[in-house]
Design a protein around this ligand. Structure first.
Ligand code: NAD
Length: 310
């Protein structure tokens, strides 16, 4: 039985994740929330006044909760929320379960983890970044990549149960920070496929092929993948894809730039083979600053690269 859960970071993703917690946790469970943007807390409180309690800062949330989730933009935000004067670790965190769902660099996560381990050996701290976007967060279908061993962790069943309140899949990735490494590896691959698909379709279209025929060709052949299909970068191929809707309501190109750059940095740090990273990063950096692409779905790289649009 859980009587208190904390959640810090009520942005595009966090807000929906908390909504699922308010709906699925028992009526007696209190949800202690904090965001530096007060209107976000008010919005949540209005939705669920009997369950949601607004807190003064991150320490206040942690002091009052047995389990605390964080969903923040970048590594420096996570370090601030955990390690600053009024942060999570400034109170008594003994016996608490802390779960960071942000997509950040593994070094920042491990720095916070070391700090927590020195402060309290009875506190658990996990990385659990997510995939599935704002729509997935709203529908409760996000996947969690959990930095946890599948076999030797007695906390795993409880973690799966908790995360399943907000998502539909929990994948244990092996150990601390490996959830993040998995997430960055996934987004690197997805980012590269979007660029490759844009180039491949553009060469086909300029040769006279209909992009819908090309999509069928890939789906039937060895190039089959979700980015060329449900998230096709070329407008008009898949009606529900962001590209067919003005590249709106997708995964913002600036977020892809952030994740892609973290992935390239990770590849560098572990001395991995990385031939395509530099070119990919330049494309996502350029698209993030281009007025025709900024704030749109990351598959807008097709437009950025000069692909044929009707
Ligand atoms: P967001 O910017 O919408 O939300 C982050 C929230 O954190 C904001 O409300 C902000 O005010 C709050 N915040 C920042 N500093 C704070 C502090 N010191 N104390 C309390 N609150 C603070 O971001 P998001 O889209 O919700 O993404 C969160 C994380 O999830 C990011 O790392 C992102 O890469 C990742 N992610 C996002 C998506 C997506 O589609 N948006 C998908 C998967 C993963």
């Amino acid at each position: 039985h859980i009587d208190s859960v904390g959640f810090i970071g009520l942005g595009a993703m966090g807000m929906w994740m908390v909504v699922h917690l308010t709906e699925k946790l028992p009526a007696t469970t209190r949800l202690y929330v904090f965001d530096i943007v007060t209107p976000l807390m008010n919005q949540l409180f209005e939705k669920c006044p009997h369950k949601v309690i607004q807190c003064a800062n991150a320490k206040d949330v942690a002091d009052r909760s047995a389990i605390v989730f964080t969903m923040l933009p970048e590594g420096h935000h996570v370090k601030k929320v955990y390690l600053s004067e009024d942060g999570i670790c400034s109170g008594d965190i003994a016996g608490k379960l802390l779960i960071d769902c942000s997509t950040i660099d593994t070094a920042s996560f491990l720095e916070v983890r070391d700090h927590i381990a020195k402060l309290s050996p009875t506190t658990s701290f996990y990385d659990a970044p997510v995939s599935g976007g704002v729509i997935g967060a709203k529908r409760g279908t996000i996947a969690f990549y959990l930095g946890c061993d599948e076999e030797n962790n007695p906390e795993l069943p409880m973690l799966v149960e908790l995360l399943s309140l907000m998502g539909s899949q929990v994948i244990p990735c092996g150990g601390p920070s490996l959830g993040l490494a998995a997430k960055l590896s996934n987004n690197y691959l997805s980012g590269i496929i979007a660029i490759a698909c844009s180039e491949a379709m553009d060469m086909g279209m300029r040769s006279g092929l209909d992009p819908r025929v090309l999509a069928k060709v890939y789906a039937a052949g060895t190039a089959q993948n979700t980015v060329c299909d449900r998230f096709c970068p070329v407008p008009g191929v898949y009606p529900e894809a962001p590209s067919s809707n003005g590249y709106r309501n997708g995964f913002k190109v600036q977020l892809m730039k952030k994740d892609f750059s973290l992935a390239v940095e990770m590849a560098h740090n572990v001395e991995a083979v990385n031939v395509l990273g530099g070119a990919g990063l330049r494309i996502y950096e350029g698209a993030s600053e281009d007025v025709r692409c900024k704030d749109l779905d990351s598959r807008v790289v097709f437009r950025y690269l000069g692909g044929v649009e009707d």
